[in-house]
Design a protein around this ligand. Structure first.
Ligand code: G4P
Length: 282
């Protein structure tokens, strides 16, 4: 899914988020592990203050493992709980469950001191479009979990999924809006395929990607496209066009086709596990 945002969307999304967040104790925020900074919206820090906070580094299967470690450390140092994840995979959910339990314990303890007993902890999932929110809710909650339906005192229409006797999850995720104002953020969102390609210049985007790969992952680039040397991004694009036999009518080289191919291969992980930003260069 690719998205386009307008100011009206953002105002509506923000209002909805403000309402929903009042109902929960724990905010589970998904970010894309390939761009953990650019796929966040820091407004969530203001909206979610006084709540327990968990960041899931999702699509970590597509990201560089060393960078996954760096980002986890970075978020933990800032005081968030943080876990890496492939939301499509049930296996990773144990670690999430364990962290939720931990976050809940503190909350239950606080409740107990205030004389509140046996109130389940409520959580909600938030994140910008396409980070894997629905996938996570489906995998995590699974089919086994019963929906608890509307309850007195809860805004009408809200559905809660009971995960266990201590935890309930809001079944619809909160949608955050990306920070388009920052050009680097826009570029990185485009590279992972979260902004419509039609509104972008594919050739330029591919050249940006090649430039980044030449600097940060030269070996992966060389191996994937059988390149002997990396003599500038334009040269590399030309060589890939040739190596992959991208031609149009009249046997002319088809650079646009090669550019689209590189972007597709990056997004689907075929070039390798590649992270586009590190905590040191955001
Ligand atoms: P959203 O609710 O936040 O908008 O995201 P959603 O769950 O719809 O997930 C978006 C796409 O990302 C889906 O691909 C989903 O399968 C994929 N995805 C989610 N989590 C992971 C993960 O941890 N690793 C990988 N590799 N992929 C993940 P899709 O249905 O094929 O959509 P699209 O690719 O056609 O956009």
């Amino acid at each position: 899914m690719q998205f386009q945002w307008y100011p009206g969307h953002m105002t509506k999304a923000k209002r909805q988020m403000q309402e929903d967040i009042k109902l929960v104790d724990l905010v589970i925020e998904l970010v894309d592990a390939r761009i953990p900074y650019s796929s966040r919206n820091p407004d969530i820090d203001e909206l979610g203050k006084n709540k327990a906070r968990l960041i899931l580094l999702n699509k970590s299967d597509l990201a560089d493992e060393e960078q996954n470690e760096n980002w986890l450390r970075y978020f933990k140092e800032l005081g968030y709980y943080a876990v890496r994840l492939d939301a499509r995979n049930r296996g990773g959910m144990k670690a999430v469950q364990a962290v939720i339990e931990k976050a809940c314990k503190e909350k239950t303890e606080r409740d107990r001191k205030r004389g509140i007993k046996n109130r389940p902890v409520r959580a909600m999932v938030v994140g910008i479009p396409n980070v894997g929110k629905s996938t996570f809710i489906n995998t995590f909650a699974g089919k086994a979990c019963a929906k608890t339906g509307n309850k007195p005192g809860v805004t009408k229409g809200k559905q809660w999924i009971r995960l266990n006797k201590n935890v309930e999850l809001l079944d619809t995720p909160g949608i955050l809006w990306p920070k388009f104002e920052d050009q680097r953020v826009g570029l990185r969102l485009a590279l992972i395929g979260s902004i419509r390609d039609e509104i972008l210049n594919i050739d330029e985007l591919a050249l940006e990607l090649i430039k980044y790969l030449m600097k940060s992952y030269p070996q992966l680039l060389k191996e994937r496209y059988e390149l002997a040397e990396l003599a500038g991004e334009v040269k590399v694009l030309e060589e890939i066009t040739q190596n992959r036999n991208c031609v149009k009518k009249g046997n002319e080289p088809d650079y646009a086709k090669a550019a689209a191919l590189i972007l597709e291969e990056y997004r689907s992980g075929k070039i390798g596990r590649i992270t586009l930003e590190s905590p040191q260069n955001i």
